[in-house]
Design a protein around this ligand. Structure first.
Ligand code: SF4
Ligand code: SF4
Ligand code: SF4
Length: 271
């Protein structure tokens, strides 16, 4: 059983099907008439919204709790908030320590499928188109070698801004000049991951992997965005090699999921 399971699981959602969706839609419509200020009581810090989420207050009122984003995600990264979450009941969020978004859908499918556009695909589409035009405009570019889908998918995932990761220097193994050997989350962990350089078509269980790093850098090597988001750098004293998060961080939470310390030493804060 997944840890921190305070939500409706994907299986539960599918079981309850259209009846639940209808009921939730009614709840969503009813809440429209409630005082908008009540939405501010939402514990936002616990709710990392899926990619492309609009402003939180508008999201709460615009999301119809249909659960399509939950169903489409190939790695079950999206959960629906439980009944204790007030106006947030039935809205989608990602709990990265349980299952981060590793972008292994390759196309921001949750965003594409959202029928109300509270997960807004337009900026990503524009970013993808711009990237293809840029690649084609390079002088002497071999246009037959430019794969628009590949160019677009990289540009779209790099444009995601769900949150930003922060390192806890007190617990991070690299800050303590320690390495890491073994399976980062233990055999019972159910999360999956497709590593950045993997040629595999889909993600595989994290509990099947064994790492052996002289200085811990799991958050760096598994980041789906790579050196635009997180790099290894020398500490001011020059004595340590430590993770350093950059502005290109998407907030996907893969670093938080793979970090091997008991409490994650790198945590995403929603933007
Ligand atoms: S972008 Fe992430 S959360 Fe959305 S469907 Fe793809 S893998 Fe799932
Ligand atoms: S994975 Fe965790 S412990 Fe290892 S370097 Fe990154 S933040 Fe530090
Ligand atoms: S540092 Fe990388 S893995 Fe961590 S949240 Fe940012 S983009 Fe995701």
């Amino acid at each position: 059983m997944k840890e921190e399971k305070k939500n409706l699981s994907r299986r539960d959602f599918l079981k309850t099907g259209s009846v639940a969706a209808g009921a939730l839609a009614v709840v969503g419509a009813s809440t429209f008439y409630l005082d908008k200020n009540a939405a501010k009581s939402m514990p936002r810090e616990d709710f990392l919204r899926p990619p492309g989420a609009i402003d939180e207050e508008d999201f709460l009122y615009g999301c119809i709790k249909c659960g399509l984003c939950v169903q489409i995600c190939p790695i079950n990264a999206i959960e629906l908030a439980g009944a204790g979450e007030g106006l947030g009941f039935g809205t989608p969020y990602i709990a990265p320590r349980v299952q981060a978004c590793d972008f292994s859908c390759d196309a921001l499918q949750c965003v594409e499928t959202c029928p109300t556009a509270v997960l807004d695909f337009r900026p990503f589409k524009e970013e993808g188109v711009r990237a293809v035009e840029k690649a084609a405009a390079v002088p002497g570019a071999d246009l037959s070698a430019v794969n628009p889908f590949e160019v677009q998918k990289v540009a779209m995932k790099e444009a995601v801004r769900m949150g930003k990761a922060y390192v806890n220097r007190n617990t991070c193994l690299a800050h303590k000049k320690e390495g890491f050997k073994g399976n980062p989350r233990g055999n019972g962990f159910e999360g999956v991951l497709r590593s950045p350089n993997s040629k595999a078509a889909s993600a595989s269980p994290l509990n099947e992997r064994v790492y052996d790093r002289e200085v811990c850098d799991l958050c760096i090597i598994e980041c789906p965005i790579g050196e635009k988001a997180i790099v290894q750098k020398r500490s001011r004293s020059g004595k340590k090699l430590i993770p350093h998060v950059l502005d290109g961080c998407t907030g996907c939470g893969v670093c938080q999921m793979v970090c091997p310390t008991a409490e994650p030493s790198i945590v995403v804060e929603p933007l």
